[in-house]
Each structure stands twice: as structure tokens, then as C-alpha cells.
Design a protein. Sequence first.
Length: 423
Amino acid sequence: MIRKKISKGLLVLMTFLSSVSMAQVTNSPYTFNGLGDVADLGLINTLGMGGLGVSYGSPWFINNVNPALLVRNGLFTTFDIGAASDLRHIRDASGSNTNFQAGLYNAILSVPVSRDRWVASIGLKPLTNVRYNINSTQTVVSDGEEFEVQNQFQGTGGLSQFFISNGVKLNKNFSVGLMSSYTFGAITKTLLQNPLSSSSAIDDSFLFINEDSILSVSGFTFQLGGAYQGKIGNDTYLNLGGAYMFESNLNATELVTISNAGTPADTVQNLSGKVTFPATTWAGISFEKRYKWMVGFDYRRQQWDKFRDFQGNNEGLRPSDLYILGGKYTPNINDVNNYWNRVTYRAAVRFENTQYMQNNNQVQDLGINFGLSLPVYTASYINFAVQVGQRGSLDKGQVRENYAKIFLGFTFNDKWFIRRKLD
């Protein structure tokens, strides 16, 4: 009875979460372009390894990177929920600022449909993050007289995914999976234009212009995955994995309004169209000693050169390439005398050529990750992860961002649907 009530409560929670977007926690001027920063598919435990997870799956945690690896968590019904925060120091040639954001990161429930053969999951996660506040000045000439105008560009929002995944084991070595996602969200961009000086030559059209653009996006995306595991020694295994998210043409509407010098907003554009979300390819290899250690390498390529915005423009984006080298270690999972021997420790280094271009150079991102999972109550865990790094380079005339991302999550495992046997 208690488990039925818990199950009902989690389903109510999932229904509620499906009606809201995940928090968009990144605050970066780079998110001005395209659809913003792409969030990692991995959960908090995976982020402790830099997002590593295309080839490796755990009996205790949901794998949200490669749906084929859901079956590695085929014994438990698992609920995973997490929160994220982002502390970022931004500097360019004109100055610097520091900002902090935090919010809910994920909520996912996985259920073994057929023990160790078929596992399904349902959940909600962010897909892209947009948040920026950029100031610039512009020289305007009117009636032969020059004056300065300040432009303030602001952006908020992003896309989220409500998804259903299925992973099926074909035999003892191979498994396949499919993630079907409903992608939705809105991105609001605002231009505030104010004169920095007063002059009779300044036309009213330059006085306190406020232009708002709201892009609403919705549609379906699909991701296929495959995985292989083969034994190469005493409790030692080789893991291979790959996944592919198909390019999607998402439905979009754009509403643009302009107000001027305190006048009511006037709708200047209200159109429907498409936004092209590019395809993504993942590939990975890992080695593990079961319940002890794992080391692996992941590669992800996203075809942002195929991105098209509402007007059919690419916005100067390039394909992004992400490389992750990481692993995890559990000293002794069965040690009842020393708690810290049962803790799982994780670390990784990751490097990315991002989709952004600035000053004719592709913006690069280098970071290190570390994390741990603290066992609580049978097979459940509290998960911590930290990522620190730098994106962009002042030497290349780019905006430089030094960031620290902190993640906290909870993984609840229980055997809800195991048929009892009576002797």
C-alpha cells in the first residue's frame, strides 16, 4: 500500500513537472546566437564524469545519454531529480561582471517493464539555455548631427524536452534504444534603445525604443542508441556505445512588438514557420571492472552548420565537437564498516570546439569535472557534481567566461514491481 501511494505521488509529480519548463541557468553573451547553449543529456551522477555515458551504464543509475543503456538499470524502479547552479565571471575588452543562476535540472522516472530485458523511462530536462544581457553604443546621424545611442540586448528562455525512452536487450552483449521527445519552449529577446545625449536633431524614433521578440517552438525529436558489452577478463568488460539524434524541423511562431517613448506596444510581426534543430552524433568506449572502476572516452558532434532560424539563417554557427575523458571509482561497495569505501568518486576532463564564432575564431571550452555519489538507505544515492572551466579567450579578442557549475541530485531506487514467489 505504501509503495502504491509513493508510485501515485511520483506520477502526480511527473505530471506537474511536464507542465513547466526546466530552469535555464546559464547566463552568457554567447547564448545570443542560435538557440543558446545545449544542455548535457546526462544526469547529475553522469556530470561528475563530464557527461560521459554513451557506452557505460550502471545498475544503480538511469542512463539518459544513450537509451540503449537503460537496460543496465533493469533491476530497480528509479526516480532521479536534480538541481543546477551556474556561477560565471565574464570579461571582455571593455569590462567584466559576475552572475549567478540556479534552478531545477531534471526529473526522470524509469521502470523495468521486463526485468533485465526492457526498461522504459519518462522525464523532463532542459535542451537549450538562453540568458544574456549585452550593452553596446551606436553612433547615429540625423540632420548632419551625430549622437550616441545605447543598445541593451536581453534574452531569456530556452527549450525543454518531455521524453519517453525505451531500452531493450537483444542478447547478453547487445542492446538498442529509442528516445522520443516533445521539444517545447520560448525564447524572448528584447532590444532597449536609449539616446545618451539630448539634441533637437534626435528624431522621436530613436527615443526609448523597446522591441520584443518572442519565439515559441514545439515539435518532436527522436534519438536512436545502440550498445555492446563484452567480457575481457575477470569481472572486466569492454563497452562500446553510439547514439544519433535526428535533425528536426520544429514548428515556430514569432511575435515582434515595438513601443516608442512610452507609447503602447504595436505588433509589427506575427508569423509562423520552422526552426531546424541539427542532428547530433555520439560515440564512446569504456572499460570497467564491475562494481569497482570504469574509465572511458566519449565524442559528440552536433551539426550546427545545418541550423536554420525562423528566417532561414544559420547565424554563423559551426559544427561543435566535444571530447570527454573520465571515469569513476568505488573502493569497496560491500564494506559495511567504512562508509567512505562505499562512496563512488568521479572525475573527467572535457574539451569542446563550440558552435560559436567570434573574431573569426571558433570559441573553445575547456573544463574539469568531479563528483561523488553518497549511498543512503539501501540502494539510493545523493549525487554531487562540479564543473569548472573557461570558455573563450581574451588573446583571440573574444569574451572570456570563467565558470563553476554545481549540481545536486537524488536517486531513489526500489523494487516495486517484482512478483513475489511462495514456496
